[in-house]
Design a protein around this ligand. Structure first.
Ligand code: UDP
Length: 338
């Protein structure tokens, strides 16, 4: 299939591009590099063994999107391009609505113009907010507790509405990611947080490398087995493969607007993640317990049964593999910078 990928140089986007090419798809990326690096393109090319077709543009630029889509004529779009920091979204909500909501609306309009009829949308478990119970299934109440989560929910609504127009030809897979972590096993691509990481996994690897003094554990008084927050950490390569499976499902014409949780179905605590990283790195990684982070929830892990069933997919990589791959990538990043 001819697949247009927005945000294809980002964390999940870059891994998905590699899996799409491996599966034989013809890929074209649109990317504005606002939160990704140009050298990732060359890394993707090394991994795929072919040059990457790419337009540097902003998805809100309707004319640029039109021109790109008219030239490439995609059968399907995988839409990653978005701002993704929960904390930043509380400081700059209008920017988040502009990029994530206006950007998605522009994309949907241009898709309609060029008669592109399939979309895979990058959503987030953040839409659930504080879950009433775990594991969280797709039918659970949605109630995002921050602007980032709300922009993702609005994106979902827009896509479902477009797929519900009478006589509509759009079909969609809305993928709600739990906590994407890990890196490509080659060590060539991975997560590239700018500045101090907000997320736990890159904070741990940067601390292990000595770039930060200690990990700050945000709260040990949650109603969880060891009191620290529990999340469903999913390897980014597993996540990428789910996108390829979702495309296959859409192209078979078997879905109109499908919402799927992408997680492992198992939660790990902050301390369990630190311990597993310490074992992989081969030394203890220092941490200090602090108070809870505002807006955090105690536990959130997925019921991925629906994705397992309809996609014939399941997360395969272990927490050890997640940590080993993230650590290899972190070390490679520093040697690349030296
Ligand atoms: N966390 C932490 N220290 C950090 C970053 C995160 O203890 O420096 C905790 C956080 O409270 C949560 C878990 O790690 O329990 C995952 O946090 P992350 O920000 O990676 O993901 P999210 O909270 O968005 O699921």
């Amino acid at each position: 299939m001819r697949v247009l990928v927005t945000g294809g140089a980002g964390f999940v986007g870059s891994h998905t591009v590699v899996e799409l090419v491996a599966a034989g798809h013809d890929v074209h990326v649109v990317e504005n590099f606002c939160n990704s690096e140009r050298w990732i393109v060359e890394r993707i090319e090394r991994l795929t063994g072919q040059s990457l077709s790419l337009d540097e543009l902003d998805i809100r630029d309707r004319e640029a999107m039109r021109s790109s889509m008219h030239r490439f004529r995609p059968d399907a779009v995988i839409h990653f391009a978005a701002l993704k920091s929960v904390s930043e979204s509380t400081q700059q909500p209008a920017s988040y609505y502009d990029v994530n909501v206006t950007g998605t609306a522009t994309l949907l309009e241009v898709m309609r113009e060029v008669e592109c009829r399939q979309i895979v949308f990058s959503s987030s478990a953040t839409v659930y907010g504080q879950p009433e119970a775990c594991p969280v299934a797709e039918g659970a109440r949605v109630d995002p507790g921050n602007p980032y989560g709300r922009t993702k929910l609005v994106g979902e609504w827009m896509i479902r509405d477009c797929a519900s127009v009478p006589g509509a030809v759009l079909s969609a897979a809305i993928l709600r990611y739990f906590n994407p972590v890990g890196a490509h096993p080659s060590g060539l691509i991975g997560e590239l947080p700018r500045g101090v990481p907000n997320n736990l996994a890159p904070y741990i690897t940067q601390t292990a490398l000595g770039l930060r003094d200690h990990i700050r554990v945000f709260g040990d008084d949650y109603a969880t087995p060891d009191g620290t927050g529990v999340r469903d950490y999913i390897h980014v390569v597993d996540l990428a493969k789910a996108h390829v499976a979702a495309l296959t499902l859409l192209s078979a014409g078997e879905a109109r607007a499908l919402t799927l949780n992408l997680g492992t179905g198992r939660g790990y605590s902050v301390l369990e993640l630190i311990e597993t990283f310490s074992a992989v790195v081969g030394k203890p990684i220092p941490y200090v317990v602090q108070g809870r982070r505002a807006g955090d929830i105690g536990e959130c892990w997925a019921d991925p049964t629906l994705a397992n069933t309809v996609l014939g997919w399941q997360a395969e990589k272990t927490l050890e593999e997640i940590c080993a791959d993230a650590w290899r990538w972190q070390q490679a990043c520093v040697s690349a910078a030296e």
